[in-house]
Design a protein around this ligand. Structure first.
Ligand code: ASP
Ligand code: MG
Length: 423
C-alpha cells in the first residue's frame, strides 16, 4: 500500500526545550516541503511526566488513577501546542489535537488503557488541507469521555496506532539515540547500531529491557505490519534502524543483540509437597494481584517435596512476597525467600532458529568468566540466563565479544528448507 502520509513521533528529549521544539519544527517542515503529508505525535517535554507524577505522590500515597491520567495528559498537550505554534511561525500550517480530538478511544483501565478504536476523520480532514497534524501522544478518551493514558512510553503506541488508522506508509520514531543497538552502548562501548531488526526480534528485545520502544507499540506494528524506523532527531544523516517483517530471503544473523535487565527479583519457595494443584494455587494468587512472573523453575522432587523459583519485576517484589508468605503457609512450604540482586542476560537472534550451538556458546562464555547461572529460559530466538547482578557488565561484554557483534554480520547462508532439524 502506498500513501503519501508519514507519521513522525518525537520523544521527550527531542522536544525538551523551546529551542529543541524549534529544531523539530524545522525537520517536520522539511518533510512537508518535500511533498509529504505529515502527522506528528509528541511526548511530553523531557522530565515533565515524572515531575507531575512526583507532585501527585507528594499529595497522596495512592493518588486516584483517573486523576493521574488527567494530570499526565497535560504534559503532551503542552508539547503538542508549542510545536504547532513553532510550525505556524515558520509558515507551516499545523493543528494540534488532544487524544479526544483525534478520536483515540480506549477502554477504561486508567494509567494503562488499551486502544479500542480510532475515529481519525478530523485528522484526515486536516491532512487533506495539506496542514500538519500534531497529536498529543500517550492519551485517549474512554466511553464516558474521561481522559485515559496508555502507560509509560505510550506515545510510541499512539504513533503506530495512528499510522495504522490513517494507512501511513511508515512510522518514524525520533529519539536521542541513533537506533537499536547490539547492546546498551553505555555498557558496551563498541556496540553497533543495527540497520534492520525483525518484528519478532524487536518484540523480544523490548520485553527484555531495551527501552527504545514501548513493547505494545511493537506488538501493534507487528499485528498490522506497519514498518517502523527508530532514528535520531539530532543526527539527520543517520538512517536509523528499520523494524519490519522478516523477509524470508533475507539472511538472518544468528545473534542480533545482547540485552540485560537488572530490575528483576527472584522468589524461591522451598519444600512444597509435590502434589497436583500446588503451582496453580501459587500462581493464581499472583495473577489475581496482576503480578506477571517471568521465568519459572521447579526442580526434581526429592522425597515427595519440590522447590519452585520464579522471577518478577523488582517493583512487584514486596507485594508478591506478602502474598507468597501467606500462600506458603497454606501449601505447607518449608520456607519462602527472595533475592533482588539478580539480573537477566539475554541473547536474541532470529537466526538461532536454524543454527544450533548458540546456547552452548553462551553457557561456555559465562563459565569462562566464572559467572554462575541460576536459571535458564529459552524461546525459539532467545536464550536468557539469570545471574548475580554483580556480573552483569562482564557477562554482557563477554557475550557481545563472543558473538562478534561489533562487526557487521558475515552472511551465513540459511540451511535449505528441507534441512533436518538441528539438535
Ligand atoms: N510522557 C509519557 C511518559 O513519559 C509518554 C511517552 O513519553 O511516551 O511515559
Ligand atoms: Mg519513549
Amino acid at each position: 500500500m502506498s500513501s503519501n502520509l508519514i507519521v513522525q513521533k518525537y520523544g521527550g528529549t527531542s522536544v525538551g526545550s523551546v529551542e529543541k521544539i524549534r529544531g523539530v519544527a524545522k525537520r517536520i517542515k522539511k518533510s512537508r516541503d518535500a511533498g509529504k503529508d505529515v502527522l506528528v505525535v509528541v511526548s511530553a517535554m523531557a522530565g515533565e511526566t515524572d515531575k507531575l507524577l512526583n507532585m501527585a505522590h507528594e499529595l497522596s500515597d495512592l493518588p486516584e488513577r483517573r486523576e493521574i491520567d488527567l494530570l499526565l495528559s497535560s504534559g503532551e498537550r503542552i508539547s503538542s501546542a508549542l510545536l504547532s505554534i513553532a510550525l505556524h511561525d515558520m509558515g507551516c500550517p499545523a493543528v494540534a489535537l488532544t487524544g479526544r480530538q483525534m478520536g483515540l478511544v480506549t477502554d477504561n483501565t486508567h494509567t494503562r488503557a488499551r486502544i479500542k478504536e480510532i475515529n481519525a476523520g478530523r485528522a484526515s480532514d486536516i491532512l487533506k488541507k495539506n496542514h500538519v497534524v500534531v497529536c498529543a501522544g500517550f492519551q485517549g478518551v474512554n466511553d464516558m469521555g474521561d481522559v485515559t493514558t496508555l502507560g509509560r512510553g505510550g506515545s510510541d503506541t499512539s504513533a503506530v496506532a495512528l499510522a495504522v488508522a490513517l494507512k501511513a506508509d511508515l512510522c518514524e520514531i525520533y529519539t536521542d539515540v541513533k537506533g537499536v543497538y547490539t547492546a546498551d552502548p553505555r555498557m558496551v562501548p563498541n556496540a553497533r547500531k543495527l540497520n534492520m531488526v525483525s518484528f519478532e526480534e524487536m518484540l523480544e528485545m523490548a520485553s527484555l529491557g531495551a527501552k527504545v520502544l514501548q513493547i505494545r507499540c511493537v506488538e501493534f506494528a507487528n499485528n498490522f505490519n506497519m514498518p517502523l524506523v527508530v532514528r535520531s532527531t539530532f543526527d539527520e544523516g543517520d538512517e536509523g534502524t528499520r523494524i519490519c517483517q522478516e523477509n524470508p530471503d533475507m539472511e538472518q544473523p544468528v545473534v542480533s543483540g545482547v540485552m540485560y535487565d537488572k530490575n528483576q527479583s527472584k522468589i524461591t519457595i522451598k519444600g512444597v509437597p509435590d502434589q497436583p494443584g500446588i503451582a496453580a494455587k501459587i500462581f493464581n494468587a499472583l495473577a489475581e494481584a496482576s503480578i506477571s512472573v517471568d521465568m519459572i523453575i521447579q526442580n526434581v522432587s526429592a522425597e515427595g517435596h519440590t522447590d519452585i523459583s520464579f522471577t518478577l519485576p523488582n517493583t512487584n517484589l514486596q507485594e508478591a512476597m506478602s502474598i507468597m508468605e501467606k500462600k506458603g503457609k497454606e501449601v505447607q512450604a518449608e520456607s519462602v525467600s527472595s533475592d533482588s540482586n539478580i539480573s537477566k542476560i539475554s541473547v536474541v537472534g532470529a537466526g538461532m532458529r536454524s543454527h544450533s550451538g548458540v546456547a552452548a556458546r553462551i553457557f561456555s562464555t559465562l563459565s569462562n568468566n566464572k559467572i554462575n547461572i541460576m536459571m535458564i529460559s529459552t524461546s525459539e530466538i532467545r536464550v536468557s540466563c539469570v545471574i548475580d547482578s554483580k556480573g552483569t557488565e562482564q557477562a554482557v561484554r563477554a557475550l557481545h565479544d563472543e558473538f562478534k557483534l561489533e562487526e557487521e554480520p558475515v552472511q551465513v547462508s540459511q540451511p535449505a528448507t528441507d534441512a533436518s532439524p538441528t539438535a
